[in-house]
Design a protein around this ligand. Structure first.
Ligand SMILES: [Zn+2]
Ligand SMILES: [Zn+2]
Length: 366
């Protein structure tokens, strides 16, 4: 079928909306008519070349839409279902079977190769292949063909332009807290970087009853938003003294749990130095390849841990409906992070992302 999609033809180039051909879904795939897509930092990383993928390519990996048709082997969704799209996984390897599909043996091949596992692409232009299948999706278009594992059925009464970011940024921040840190009630937590990942971590910490939730950012407007969604304290990071300020806020003891969403070398090092005894730092911000971080090995003797994860280490078919339940109960107000931009033509401007007041841009796709 003919579709419209925003294509990146060359690294650092603009996204240009073009007509492409999209294959019918294979037996294990789903064709989705997209209604909205979030824009995530990883899309920008591919455009800049920090995350190298082949071009021309269709990016986008926070899609939401309506199932149009399904392959003969698909049983999880049917035409007409509303779906949030997320990363793809095989469902049968050891990581998938033990509840960690983001670490699937086929993860790189299914999500970051630009093709299906067999090297083919569902997209083409004038008979020449165009790369896609980005993070199991390529949602910068009117339609997409995805592996069935990437299509999560959701409540059809909720607006798809609000649900779109659940499949990457929101589940990453929330999953880091719910699945990998699981702070006990009464503990203290800090989040460096109050973007969509960081603020999702703040909301999750609030749900779990953390006593003190400290948001750190350079933007006043993001810190105000952090307080709206559950932060008890904010630190306007002006550089250099982050460790000291976090220790002051926690009566000199340091912070029990810290989520770093910045990936900035000095922020990670300063956050680590602000951990309490037996504290844990989770690094989910992506640093440029080759980055090294200085940590004092004596700190580990006090029981401190450094960890990281991708996509919040979630099982999307369980976790996304869980977040939606919390949202409906008013306990996880992720819609406050979203600014809706209208029309696929606005994607090119949105990815340039000059407006720092936008935490999470979602583009409607018609
Ligand atoms: Zn992402
Ligand atoms: Zn697998």
């Amino acid at each position: 079928m003919k579709i419209d999609a925003a294509v990146l033809d060359v690294r650092n180039g603009p996204l240009v909306v073009q007509q492409l051909d999209l294959q019918d879904p294979r037996a294990d795939e789903v064709l989705v008519h997209l209604k909205a897509t979030g824009v995530c930092h990883s899309d920008i990383s591919v455009i800049k070349g920090d995350l190298p993928l082949p071009t021309p390519i269709v990016l986008g990996h926070e899609g939401a839409g309506v199932v149009q048709s399904v392959g003969s082997a698909v049983t999880t969704v049917k035409p007409g279902d509303h779906v949030v799209l997320t990363f793809a996984s095989c469902g049968s390897c050891g990581q998938c079977l033990s509840g960690h599909p983001v670490y699937c043996d086929s993860s790189a091949a299914m999500n970051l190769s630009g093709t299906r596992v067999d090297g083919s692409s569902a997209w083409s232009r004038d008979g020449e292949p165009v790369f896609g299948h980005f993070v199991g999706q390529s949602s910068f278009g009117t339609h997409v063909v995805v592996h069935h594992s990437a299509a999560i059925p959701v409540d059809p009464t909720l607006p798809l332009e609000h649900l779109a970011p659940l499949g990457c940024g929101v589940q990453t921040g929330a999953g880091t807290v719910f699945n990998t840190l699981h702070p006990p009630y009464g503990s203290t937590i800090a989040v460096t970087g109050a973007g969509s990942v960081g603020l999702s971590a703040v909301m999750a910490a609030s749900v779990l009853g953390c006593r003190q939730i400290i948001a750190v950012d350079v933007s006043e407007s993001r810190l105000r938003l952090a307080q709206e969604v559950g932060a008890t304290d904010v630190v306007h990071a002006t550089g250099g003294d982050l460790t000291e300020r976090l220790r002051q806020l926690t009566d000199g003891r340091g912070v029990n749990y810290i989520v770093d969403t910045t990936g900035l070398q000095h922020v990670v090092a300063e956050a680590f130095a602000a951990l309490s005894v037996r504290g844990t730092l989770s690094v989910v911000g992506v640093s440029p390849a080759g980055t090294r971080i200085d940590l004092d090995p004596w700190s580990f003797l006090a029981g401190r841990t450094v960890q990281g994860n991708m996509e919040g280490d979630v099982v999307p078919s369980i976790f996304i409906p869980f977040l939606i339940d919390l949202y409906r109960q008013g306990r996880f107000p992720f819609d406050k992070l979203i600014t809706v931009c209208h029309g696929i033509e606005s994607l090119a401007d949105v990815v340039k992302g000059q407006d720092s007041s936008i935490v999470k841009a979602v583009v409607t796709l018609g």
